[in-house]
Design a protein around this ligand. Sequence first.
Ligand code: SAH
Ligand code: SF4
Ligand code: F3S
Length: 467
Amino acid sequence: MSSKRFSIFTYGCQMNRYDTETITGHLEQEGYERSEDFERSDLILLNTCSIRDKAEQKVFSQLGRLSRLKKVNPALKIAVCGCFATREGEGIAKRQPAVDLIFGTQNISELPRLLGRMAKGRVVDVAPVEPDFTEVAPIQREGALSAWVSIARGCDNFCTFCVVPYTRGPEWSKPSALIVAEVEKAVAEGFKEVTLLGQNVNSYGRKTPGELSFGGLLRRLDRLEGLRRVRFMTSHPKDCDEDMVGAMSGGSKVCEHLHLPFQSGSDEVLRRMDRGYTAEEYLSKVGLFRQRVPGGVLTSDVIVGFPGETDRDFEETLGVLHQARFDSIFMFKYSPRPGTPAFSMKDQVPEEAQAERFEKALRLQRQVTEELHLALVGQVLEVMVEKPMEGAPAPACLGCPAASERRPAAPVGFTGRTRGNHRVQFLASGPAPRPGDLVDVRILRGGLHALGGVWPPDSAAMEESAP
Ligand code: SAH
Ligand code: SF4
Ligand code: F3S
């Protein structure tokens, strides 16, 4: 008998993508085969997100579409998991009877048992089970170069706007020995880079006596043979300390990119968000990073229109954008989440004011990003090669003297990432670099979303045609 097929749709953050890889690992152990052709699958899973209202709306519209597939294939099973499933549980099944299985973010390891129960009728089970930290979970990774490795589960911070502590439960740090084993396994499978994941990676180990600190974990991974780069996200400003930035400055594998969400530049708003720092304290962490990690790249998250945010509060957010000079930011309009303290706060900011502030902050940030990227022109940056550019040789190569002469080693376009996580498109001459290679690229263009350059860095003849 041929194996059963499943498809999975993933929404939300990298943590959900990592969970999808773990769910895939479990399902493959149960004899399922992953398929992109969801219309012919036996099981379809939605790995959902709950962070903003829009994310939740998407789940029901997608479920509506999928439920129609059951009319042609009554044997089809539909499962909902992830943060929204954890939050809503039974509520999803009530609104959408086509759903056969609902499980949570904290009982993924139960999946094999839940599938067995599902055969007898609908199952809703989002009850957390303690993480099994005795062995590396089965995981079927996507991609081939960069692996996500979760180092902690949950969050203890309870920022007043955020659903995550409710959907992912309390913080648990994975034992460092298990993290090292998981990274070693990924390296043995050919991965060159890991991104350590957690809601608050830099509080790693704080609740576990005898465990490494986050800086200690970075230093441990830096010694790992075969691994080329270590990244991590997300860091919380209150836990950003000398130990952590020290590990970023001294390590050859630890990339100099820090994603440090600030959320707001107003102390009053930060207090109501319960973020645990003031704007000045935040900026002092930025100063520490700038001082200890020269040339380091800083990115952030910002929320505009938090309840009670005045024009003046918002101006203070713009002030932080001016001072911190982030390379880029993720910006969000505040979205009220039922069940969180901010949901019932007074003075919710109207949509128009939110939109206006959003646009204003975006304009300022674009300008900063452009300036920072232009300042990189002329520098030689280490790039990890990802893949040839679509339709290589790249359109940018047309008109390049080397390409038009049709020399055997004509330059070809490649994409990759700098240590600071900038996307780079570059022309290569000579023997083509392979995915995973670290090459020194001279930056010749500084666009908003990507940099352009050439490799080798002294290939001046190609400068005019660099992407
Ligand atoms: N743990 C990380 C990020 C978690 S969610 C941290 O603390 O930084 C990612 C981002 O979504 C947050 O940084 C925040 O900017 C945004 N976010 C979370 N809840 C939100 C809400 N209710 N409305 C709008 N944005 C929100
Ligand atoms: Fe949410 Fe705050 Fe935890 Fe981040 S630190 S996941 S914003 S509660
Ligand atoms: Fe991630 Fe969304 Fe959950 S951002 S942690 S999947 S609510």
